[in-house]
Design a protein around this ligand. Structure first.
Ligand SMILES: C[S@@+](CC[C@H](N)C(=O)[O-])C[C@H]1O[C@@H](n2cnc3c(N)ncnc32)[C@H](O)[C@@H]1O
Length: 410
């Protein structure tokens, strides 16, 4: 389906773990809702559901508990103009040029050149990303380029989507004698911003995404939102990702501490406790069930592994008892996660799956080596995740689509 150029360009803004491919959201919203209908996503990540809903003339509403995901989502719905964003970033650079070097842990010294450190620290102090869309758009751009490949980010070599553990990263750079890239932050950003704004920018619902916990937000917003026709979402997967920990550098830019924090608070963990996970899903879906329109469709995309899938199915059955459930297995094909983790670098890795163990062969420093990952992604695999994700992502994150059909209405 065709989208205006500027809508298409901004749709992919903000890479996010387990994000929806844009065309998937597009086809579901198009097929299962009508113009003017309310489309909700209680776990909206980088905001693809509310964004596509608004772009197709529906009313989109999303909730996201992680401030990085929310900043991407809120920015793409209504970015500020290019000139205002560049002006604001230039004033950040001016302040940085007059500042002393910030007092930060060794990791930052190895990750960023001195002028970049000053620039990021000034941005962290100055940008009021929660309240105004100029500051939010400026901050969203910095979040985007806070780390990634040396050529396309402010940082020494890192993955774009996940922040490294400091000790591991320092060791990795030292072994390879890798220094942070030298760059002028404004020059660096200017061309990238021009590319982003090449066709203009969206002007969609400014309040279409809320920063917070769905278990609390949804009951509060139930009366002013009205009834929804389509629930399109992807809940967090159990024991796979910790959005808070994995984004610790970006969380620092948003005002957090300059080191990784494993537990960012309720619902900002890696969802390791079965009962808590189930309760969280049931509270969210149970609340939404109260405001479903007659004939509403629920479309959930989730992890193919039994743990998450079974709990999700049970919760959906309980929350929407009279709906008819259809489950489609949909292996991850195409390039959504692959592109995300690979960042255009040719990866020589291959993956073979044997029972529940994963063997990953990579060529690092000219030498092939194989790693066996017995459980899928445990805390101890953080090292291997950094270098092997590309292969793994295709195998592990096949997803299930669960559609609750409106043929039997609630
Ligand atoms: C699988 S991701 C969703 C990705 C999204 N479909 C996209 O395209 O970007 C699940 C999201 O749920 C968020 N989350 C987890 N618990 C939440 C809660 N209680 N309220 C709101 N968001 C929550 C996580 O931070 C994460 O971004």
């Amino acid at each position: 389906m065709e989208l205006p150029d500027e809508i298409r360009r901004w749709a992919t803004f903000g890479p996010w773990f387990a994000m929806f491919p844009v065309d998937f959201a597009l086809s579901v919203v198009h097929r299962y809702s009508s113009p003017g209908a309310l489309v909700v996503d209680p776990f909206c990540g980088r905001g693809t559901t509310p964004y596509i809903a608004e772009a197709l003339g529906r009313r989109g509403f999303g909730v996201e508990v992680n401030a990085v995901g929310w900043t991407y989502a809120a920015t793409k719905l209504r970015p500020a103009s290019l000139n205002r964003v560049l002006d604001r970033l230039t004033s950040v650079a001016l302040r940085a040029s007059r500042s002393d070097l910030p007092d930060l842990p060794l990791f930052f010294t190895r990750a960023y050149a001195p002028n970049v450190r000053k620039f990021l620290a000034a941005a962290r102090d100055m940008l009021d990303w929660r309240s105004g869309n100029v500051d939010r758009t400026a901050m969203a751009m910095l979040l985007l380029y806070a780390h990634g490949s040396r050529k396309n980010s402010f940082s020494n070599q890192m993955r774009q989507t996940k922040s490294m553990s400091p000790a591991y990263a320092i060791d990795w750079w030292e072994t390879r004698d890798m220094k942070p890239p030298k760059l002028d932050p404004i020059e660096f950003l200017k061309s990238r911003l021009e590319w982003r704004y090449q066709f203009g920018y969206p002007s969609l619902a400014p309040h279409g995404v809320v920063l917070g916990d769905s278990t609390r937000i949804l009951p509060r917003r139930a009366s002013d939102l009205g009834k929804w026709s389509l629930l399109l979402t992807s809940p967090p997967y159990m024991k796979v990702a910790n959005y808070h920990y994995d984004q610790w550098i970006r969380m620092w830019l948003l005002g957090g501490p300059p080191y990784p924090v494993v537990n960012g608070g309720k619902h900002q963990t890696w969802f390791g406790n079965r009962e808590e996970y189930r309760d969280m899903l049931l509270t969210v879906f149970g609340n939404l069930a109260k405001t479903a329109k007659r004939g509403a469709v629920i479309y959930v995309r989730t992890d193919a592994r039994q743990l998450t899938k079974q709990i999700t199915l049970d919760v959906l059955r309980e929350a929407f008892p009279s709906k008819h459930i259809r489950v489609n297995k949909r292996p991850m094909i195409g390039n959504s996660q692959t592109d995300l983790y690979n960042e255009g670098v040719v990866s020589p890795g291959e993956v073979q799956i044997s029972g529940r163990a994963f063997y990953v062969t990579k060529v690092v420093g000219g030498k092939p080596f194989t790693i066996r990952l017995v459980s899928t992604l445990t805390r101890t695999t953080r090292f291997t995740r950094f270098i092997t994700y590309r292969g793994l992502s295709d195998q592990l994150f096949g997803s299930f689509l669960i559609r609750l059909s409106p043929s039997i209405v609630t």
